[in-house]
Design a protein around this ligand. Structure first.
Ligand code: ATP
Ligand code: MG
Length: 449
């Protein structure tokens, strides 16, 4: 396999000091699968403290389980000391990490045969003790050893199997699959962060629908995403031929693959549907109720999985805004208001979400001419550089206070009102027009109290 220069340098330095160095994990697997490796995991018999001594620039990123990051030529390389793993009493971390001097032992603790390959850089030889190459060629995910034991040791491996299926399009071999289905209840004991990291890789996989259907078919959904599980078997009237879960999966598939926020929003945009479909049958459904419910349910779910606040905020914003109903009757002021509400930084993604949602109806892209029309109108408005938020107004709070208005919440109300006026009529955005208007508004609001 092709070995980048920095990795060769690391190997040369370790060899000179009398240590072994192998490329392991995803890089070897991907190279054999014909996918250009992006990051190179390395394994060595040097202990973490020896690595820190030999290399000038290192970061102890995972020193407890033997991983050190080497900084070289502006890149980072994770290097892990060969280990054997013993019992995992909390299903999260091995109780003890024991270092080993043998690559063979290190490979035996790995999850799947395709991941238990090691490339010896010095003599350009592949170590393949578990028929990993054959598994890759056949597109099969096969646990090493007895799958029940390996999944009981670390249930995250169940989710990892689905994630690899989503990324590579591989099929999980029968025995491995049966063990995964039988043990998936133990995923509830896994830390949210580990689940989230694998889930993110799963939904940004090239074959994400395959991966998501595995979560359903193996019985994993109720344990990690009960909110999505509740969408299975829920059918909607109208143009939908899929249940809400299937529609969500295909919407996710229809969203830009590399865009995690968009894929999350597409997958979760209808989480409010099961409850609102029930309400519709009762006759108690209110218009657009499912967006509000959907955002609330998604917020709780993402909070539980410890997503960064910014990611949660963006996903919820898209879900809350996704059900706009554009018609030709929208005036320019209505388009400006819509743009102001969504925010110009989010508008493109919102359109992508709408297209993904439409793709999810029938698993094919729809023309959606009305969206193209709205998009063009928005481009025109953006080109005019009209005010769309408070910071674009030609007056600010300080100007109003200089006018003699007292600071306080009323100031905010007046500024909001000025923005409304300018959204209606961009010609109003000047100090000469807005300052007297602010004075009048103040008098009017004060006389009301
Ligand atoms: P990616 O391309 O996403 O980095 P990867 O296979 O390198 O895929 P990592 O999570 O980086 O996945 O893990 C590196 C290697 O460490 C794996 O290939 C596997 O051999 C081993 N490994 C990782 N997690 C586990 C686990 N939970 N149980 C057993 N082995 C694991
Ligand atoms: Mg890796």
């Amino acid at each position: 396999m092709h070995v980048p220069k920095n990795v060769r340098t690391i190997n040369t330095i370790l060899s000179a000091a009398g240590y072994q160095c192998y490329i392991v994990g995803g890089a070897v697997r991907n190279d054999i699968a014909g996918i250009q490796p992006t990051d190179y995991d390395l394994a060595t018999d040097a202990t973490p403290s020896e690595i820190q001594r030999i290399f000038h620039r290192t970061v102890p990123t995972g020193i407890d389980h033997g991983t050190v990051t080497i900084l070289l030529g502006g890149e980072q390389y994770e290097i892990t000391t060969f280990r054997t793993e013993s019992t995992y009493s909390d299903s999260r971390h091995p109780d003890r990490v024991e270092f080993s001097s043998s690559i063979e032992e290190d490979l035996s603790r790995r999850d799947f045969s395709m991941n238990a390959l090691a490339w010896n850089i010095s003599d350009a030889r592949l170590i393949d003790l578990y028929d990993g190459v054959q598994a890759i060629r056949a597109g099969r995910i096969v646990a090493i050893g007895r799958p029940e034991e390996r999944f009981a040791e670390d249930p995250l491996r169940i989710l990892r199997a689905c994630r690899f299926s989503s990324q590579l399009g591989f099929v999980i071999e029968d025995k491995t699959r049966q063990a995964a289905a039988g043990l998936c209840g133990s995923l509830t004991g896994i830390s949210s962060e580990r689940v989230r990291d694998e889930f993110n890789k799963l939904i940004t996989g090239e074959y994400c629908a395959q991966g998501l259907f595995l979560l359903r078919d193996l019985g994993i959904l109720p344990h990690i995403l009960p909110e999505l599980h509740r969408c299975t078997g829920v059918f909607q009237k109208g143009s939908h031929s899929f249940d809400v879960f299937e529609h969500s999966v295909y919407s996710c598939e229809g969203a830009e693959q590399s865009d995690l926020v968009l894929r999350l929003a597409a997958l979760f945009h209808d989480l409010g549907k099961p409850a609102s479909v029930r309400e519709a049958e009762d006759g108690t459904l209110s218009f657009h109720r499912h967006e509000i419910l959907g955002a609330e349910i998604t917020g709780n779910l993402m909070y539980r999985l410890k997503y960064p606040k910014q990611t949660i905020r963006e996903v919820l914003h898209l879900i809350r805004q996704h059900m706009f109903n554009y018609t030709d009757e929208w005036t320019d002021a209505a388009v400006r208001r819509f743009l102001a509400r969504v925010g110009k930084d989010h508008i493109e993604k919102l359109f992508m979400l709408r297209r993904a949602d439409a793709y999810g109806l029938d698993r094919r892209p729809l023309p959606l001419d009305y969206l193209s029309v709205l998009q063009r109108r928005i481009e025109d408005i953006l080109a005019e550089e009209n005010a769309l938020s408070l910071k674009d107004l030609k007056v600010n709070g300080r100007d109003l206070m200089e006018l003699g208005l007292p600071s306080g919440p009323l100031l905010g109300v007046i500024l909001d009102q000025l923005l409304e006026t300018v959204l209606d009529d961009p010609g109003m955005n000047s100090r000469e027009k807005l300052l007297p208007l602010a004075g009048n508004l103040y008098e009017e609001l004060r006389s009301r109290d």
